[in-house]
Design a protein around this ligand. Structure first.
Ligand code: NAD
Length: 422
């Protein structure tokens, strides 16, 4: 099939790689010329394990990138542009609108436009389809539309895309759903066909639920600290219940990334607009906002004042195996530490350059060893594998390790962790 993918970020690039690997002819479109050039040269513009190898196989063969909307001959066009938060928490639709306008102007009769970006219920029908109709001067039915939410995890994007738990297809018309079902058939994943609005809501409800599980574990963790017991002993027993499952029950620094915070915010905004004051969703975000501060307070509790204390933050990305710093918990943590007069040293295997652009005012170390050897305190914010191999006991200067992700367990140096009541 001839496929167009609009937006080549984490979702768009992975989607383009999947379809190229399945043997389709893929054109990837982005407004970012640098990304487009890199893709055509077989260089992955993001850090995502496994993506490089697949890109090298297909770049400038059955996958090419362009800044022009070359979609006139495409059977399927996937919209994968960002839908970030506006200041008031609502969903920014300007990238989506522009993509729909450009696609609409060149839309082939009978082609199917698929919204893969995370969009609030009602957006595809009320916004995207209206723009496509206006710009193409065709009516729905003359072209197909579907909403196909993406559930990949950054850092595991390639694995998740090739081995999804389920494929959700929200369809405007049966033909569009049939085409998508055929496209995804080789993945052998369960396929759920539903309406567009339900598909849109499945994505938000899934993300809100996972975010809520993390905040729930964090709330219980704080109680565990006060009770002198360990949250990880508790969640081990809780997670053995198949109705709950052990996943996303890890207490620590909280969730970040480009999805959970913005999607919960957007759902809260929508709920309020619909006349309902959401309690669980609001609480989920409130607990999450508190956790970086709680970690800093744990350090303060151990050392008294943090003024002049050298603190290394290990892991600046929002989680390991990515260079993505969107909504990373490292940012509020750094702000709290600077407010208390600490001297902060940052280190991350992949996200340092991105974080430096955001926070130029702190020191950065070239290696994890350099960061730890210059610090009085280490805070682990993202559990990169390389941190597990560090012998923290061998650093004489080190007074304290605060573990935000239960990554390590030094024997001699003082150790505190979220939800560890000792
Ligand atoms: P991203 O910011 O990494 O990438 C978006 C890309 O779209 C950028 O490269 C940007 O240059 C490009 N773009 C913007 N406007 C454009 C236009 N008019 N035409 C062509 N390209 C344009 O975003 P992402 O993380 O890939 O997320 C995309 C969508 O998928 C969002 O709605 C997000 O919520 C959702 N999502 C993300 C993830 C994730 O883990 N990142 C997972 C599931 C769903």
């Amino acid at each position: 099939m001839k496929i167009g993918v609009v937006g080549t970020g984490y979702v768009g690039l992975t989607t383009a790689l999947l379809f190229a690997e399945l043997g389709h002819d893929v054109v990837a479109i982005d407004i970012d010329k640098d990304k487009v050039d890199k893709i055509n040269r077989g260089i992955c513009p993001i850090y995502e394990p496994g993506a490089d190898e697949i890109l090298k196989k297909h770049a400038s063969k059955n996958l090419r990138a362009t800044t022009n909307y070359e979609i006139e001959d495409r059977d399927l066009i996937f919209i994968c542009v960002g839908t970030p938060s506006r200041k008031d928490g609502s969903m920014e639709t300007k990238y989506l609108e522009e993509a729909a306008r450009q696609i609409g102007r060149r839309l082939k009769r009978g082609s199917v436009t698929v919204v893969k970006s995370t969009v609030l219920p009602g957006t595809t029908e009320e916004l995207v389809i209206s723009i496509l109709e206006r710009e193409s001067m065709m009516k729905r039915g003359e072209f197909g539309v579907a909403m196909n939410p993406e559930f990949l995890r950054e850092g595991l994007a390639i694995y998740d895309t090739f081995h999804p738990d389920r494929i959700v297809i929200g369809e405007l018309d049966k033909r569009s759903g049939d085409i998508l079902e055929k496209l995804y058939k080789p993945l052998n994943a369960p396929i759920l066909r539903t309406s567009i609005k339900v598909a849109e809501m499945i994505k938000y409800a899934s993300n809100a639920f996972l975010a809520m599980k993390i905040s729930f574990a964090n709330e219980i963790a704080i109680l565990c600290e006060k009770l002198g017991i360990d949250i990880y002993d508790v969640t081990k027993g809780v997670g053995m219940d198949h109705r709950i499952s052990p996943h996303f029950l890890n207490a620590g620094a909280g969730f970040g990334g480009s999805c959970f915070p913005k999607d919960v915010k957007a759902l809260i905004y929508l709920a309020k607009k619909l006349g309902y004051e959401p309690r669980l969703l609001t609480g989920t975000l409130e607990i999450n906002e508190y956790m970086p501060k709680h970690i800093v307070e744990l350090a303060e509790r151990e050392l008294g004042s943090l003024k002049g204390v050298k603190i290394a933050i290990l892991g600046l990305a929002f989680k390991p195996e990515t260079d993505d710093i969107r909504e990373t918990r490292a940012l509020p943590m750094v702000k709290e530490l600077l407010k208390r007069g600490a001297q902060v040293i940052g280190y991350d295997p992949k996200a340092m350059e991105n974080f430096k652009r955001l926070v130029p005012e702190i020191e950065y170390a070239k290696s994890v060893e350099e960061a730890v050897s210059n610090a009085d305190v280490v805070i682990i914010q993202a559990d990169w594998k390389e941190f597990k191999n560090i012998d923290f006991d061998s650093f004489e200067n080190l007074k304290l390790v605060v573990d935000g992700r239960r990554t390590v367990r030094p024997k001699k140096v003082r150790y505190v962790a979220v939800g560890r009541g000792d």
